[in-house]
Design a protein around this ligand. Structure first.
Ligand code: FAD
Length: 372
């Protein structure tokens, strides 16, 4: 028996759930297909950083739009998703880093963006007294912070289902055909679906879904690792990065310390398994201990890795297909999609419904790959 919908979305990570929610609230019949029993990839295991700070200029309008939504998630999806606007700081450990950050702020100001501000070494000392590394100042985005990824994902999925989205779990799409007007989907366990529109929200697997239609998406699946410590005495409030270092560092509300920043894990995409690379974890720990002496007393209680789809220019693809009418790609969020996710649903829904999106999506078109 085939199930019909206006729109099928493949992938129930945050991008799929956020898009499904917005489309269902606009009256569309949506089916969300997910190969896991519950979505458990990048959206569920990320660092929870809600960051406008130091983004590519192309992404800033989406990021600023998303930042308006995070403090209102309680009203929008029925839960605050653990969002805490504690601010994010990028410390400049030397003058050349500070010069680069000063130039960034000057250029953002000339473009009309004021969410990031320069801070002095004195401000860093005041805001991050536990930091003992070199410091020439830094930049800060006060409205940024962190949220809880697993709770955010569950909240968006529940909100989508309450809005009428049909969620199909354990439903790995293994074949898709298009007959000129309709898509037909087959899952590994024999379920079939039909729709007029397909939205590819398959994250690191986005390239595989696009390949059914000869659309080339240069998305590179990558394993990224994280670690968390036992509870520590309270010593830091904002989320910290250090210019030139692979580090994202925050103390959660339960006083554990979460350490990430793009350290790679060993990924096997055949069995979708990530193995931690302990030499990478060691480098992360060394950076943290060199800059925060209190962390010499920390015990790491858990490490894990997630699978993320990365595009070389570090921008996602949010684009219609040039070949197939009704096919849209929303994937490749390149390590920083969590913060964007509440806004992505709105933009993807506008794109699918052929309405003008709230911000231009031109920079995210797949045409850029052809030009490249
Ligand atoms: C360790 C780590 C830390 C990160 N930290 C941050 C951070 O602090 N801040 C930030 O903004 N971003 C962060 N990110 C990035 C962020 O998590 C991602 O950009 C975002 O979650 C991507 O969401 P998605 O929905 O595109 O992908 P995913 O969450 O991966 O969802 C894609 C879904 O598609 C499903 N799927 C794939 N193929 C099929 C198929 N054939 N059939 C059915 N279903 C399929 C998958 O099972 C998966 O559930 C981090 C990522 C990682 C891995």
């Amino acid at each position: 028996m085939t199930t019909y919908a206006d729109i099928v979305i493949i992938g129930a990570g945050l991008m799929g759930c956020s898009t499904a929610l917005c489309l269902a609230r606009k009256g569309k019949k949506v089916i969300l297909l997910e190969k896991e029993s519950f979505p458990r990839h990048a959206s569920a295991v990320n660092a929870g950083g809600v960051r406008q700070l130091n983004r590519s200029v192309e992404e800033i309008p989406i990021s600023v739009g998303a930042m308006e939504l995070w403090p209102r998630l309680d009203k929008i999806v029925g839960n605050d998703c653990g969002f805490r606007p504690v601010g994010q700081i990028l410390i400049a450990p030397h003058t050349s880093a500070m010069n680069a950050l000063e130039q960034r702020i000057e250029s953002l100001t000339s473009l009309g963006f004021y969410h990031e501000e320069l801070i002095s070494p004195f401000d860093v000392k005041r805001l991050v007294p536990a930091y003992s590394g070199k410091c020439s100042g830094g930049i800060m985005s006060k409205k940024d912070g962190f949220a809880l990824p697993a709770l955010t994902l569950k909240t968006f999925k529940n909100a989508a289902c309450s809005a009428g989205v049909q969620f199909q779990s354990n439903c790995k799409v293994i074949d898709i055909a298009h007959n000129g007007s309709k898509f037909k989907f087959h899952s590994e366990d024999g379920r079939t679906f039909e729709s007029g529109v397909l939205v590819n929200c398959a994250g690191a697997w986005g390239k595989t879904i696009a390949a059914f239609f000869d659309d080339q998406l240069p998305i590179e699946p990558t394993g990224l690792s994280m670690m968390v410590t036992a509870r520590m005495p309270r010593f830091i409030t904002p989320v910290i990065g250090i210019y030139g270092e692979k580090l994202s560092f925050k103390q959660m509300e339960n006083n554990t310390v979460l350490i990430g920043g793009g350290r790679k894990a060993v990924l096997n995409m055949v069995n979708e398994r990530t193995d931690l690379d302990f030499s990478e974890m060691q480098k992360s720990a060394q950076t943290v201990q060199a800059n925060f002496p209190i962390m010499k007393k920390a015990s790491v209680v858990r490490c894990w890795a997630g699978i993320e789809g990365i595009i070389k220019d570090h921008l996602p693809v949010i684009s219609k297909s040039n070949k197939i009418q009704g096919l849209f790609h929303v994937c490749g969020f390149s390590t920083h999609g969590f913060q964007l996710s509440p806004m992505i649903g709105r933009l993807a829904a506008s794109m699918v419904m052929d309405k003008s999106p709230e911000v231009s999506l031109e920079a995210f078109s797949m045409n850029r790959f052809e030009t490249a």
